[in-house]
Design a protein around this ligand. Structure first.
Ligand code: C2E
Ligand code: MG
Ligand code: MG
Ligand code: MG
Length: 289
């Protein structure tokens, strides 16, 4: 009783804190229900050749549209799902649906169009025992063009190299899965993993791109990273391009690919099909470099 009285007192003095804790608890319960009822949705943001706007792939982005106070952003529910252990089933759902949508897109696009589908995989999922099994099922999705699945991981996953991770990455490569490093440059700053792992793509974080038109040092840094990627034979994708000035600078630096609101926002499958018909730019493989 004394304890709860203490809590009440606390909440009287710091109302904001108490609200946040309650909201969090509530969010957790709703996440539980949302997983079991599959209340999530996917959007697809085109990855484009920034010189001409041609679509070379799509990134699947999870959405939770029907939170009680409207949509809940992934920046909120993904970390929560990681904490509660929900990320494994949620991640599996994303993977299954993203490849199914992409197989359908590739089929209806016709003419051998094979954009790739890039799926975010959180650190926790890599630890999951069923992860490889789910990926191998995903690449066998009927109608999915070979080599068109890419998985995005963050630098932190590659930081702690061990036999298990080596094995997982090797198996993924054998399945023809491309590996991308997401939010490149924001994690712990060791670059050794670029030597140790067969990474295909670097996705340069938006925070690196934002200021390049105004900040010469930032621009020089980005230019250096673009050169590094090209020297290593990696595809580099600039994230979060919003302005023409950014695009033009990136082009002059030799960065060919990007994502951002300047080109397209995350789209529904139907909108993706339209974008694909209008602006297709080459399937997976060497053309991507
Ligand atoms: P991310 O993987 O780095 O995805 C890029 C984020 O940048 C997306 O936010 C996208 O909508 C946003 N974005 C793209 N272009 C622009 C731009 O020009 N300007 C601005 N301001 N933003 C842009 P979103 O969809 O809110 O996702 C946020 C993060 O949540 C993702 O960052 C990713 O880390 C995570 N996430 C989303 N879906 C999934 C998922 O299915 N699984 C996992 N594990 N994480 C996911
Ligand atoms: Mg991503
Ligand atoms: Mg990113
Ligand atoms: Mg990001």
């Amino acid at each position: 009783a004394a304890k709860s009285a203490g809590k009440r007192q606390w909440s009287r003095f710091v109302p904001g804190l108490r609200v946040r804790v309650t909201e969090r608890h509530d969010l957790r319960a709703r996440l539980d229900r949302a997983i079991s009822r599959e209340e999530f949705a996917l959007r697809y943001q085109p990855v484009v050749d920034i010189t001409g706007g041609q679509v070379i792939g799509f990134e699947a982005l999870a959405r939770w549209p029907q939170g009680r106070c409207g949509p809940v952003p992934p920046g909120q529910f993904i970390p929560l799902a990681e904490e509660t252990g929900h990320i494994a089933p949620l991640g599996a759902w994303v993977l299954r649906n993203a490849v199914a949508d992409m197989a359908r897109l590739q089929r209806t696009a016709g003419r051998g169009l094979a954009p790739y589908i890039s799926v975010n995989v959180s650190g926790r999922q890599w630890q999951d025992a069923d992860f490889l099994e789910e990926v191998s099922k995903a690449v066998e999705t009927p109608g999915l063009a070979p080599g068109s699945l890419q998985l995005e991981l963050t630098e932190s996953v590659l930081l702690h190299r061990d036999d298990r991770l080596d094995r997982v990455i090797r198996s993924l490569k054998e399945l023809g899965v491309r590996i991308a490093v997401d939010d490149f440059g924001t994690g712990f700053s060791s670059l050794r993993y670029l030597r140790d792992f067969p990474v295909d793509t670097l996705k340069l974080d938006k925070t690196y791109i934002d200021d390049i038109p105004r900040d010469p040092r930032q621009a020089a840094l980005v230019h250096g990273i673009v050169c590094l990627a090209r020297t290593l034979g990696l595809q580099i994708i600039a994230e979060g391009i919003e302005q023409r000035g950014q695009r033009d600078l990136l082009t002059s630096m030799g960065c060919r690919f990007g994502q951002g609101f300047l080109f397209a926002r995350p789209l529904t499958v139907e909108q993706s099909a339209v974008a694909l018909r209008k602006h297709y730019g080459g399937g997976p493989g060497p053309a991507l470099r």
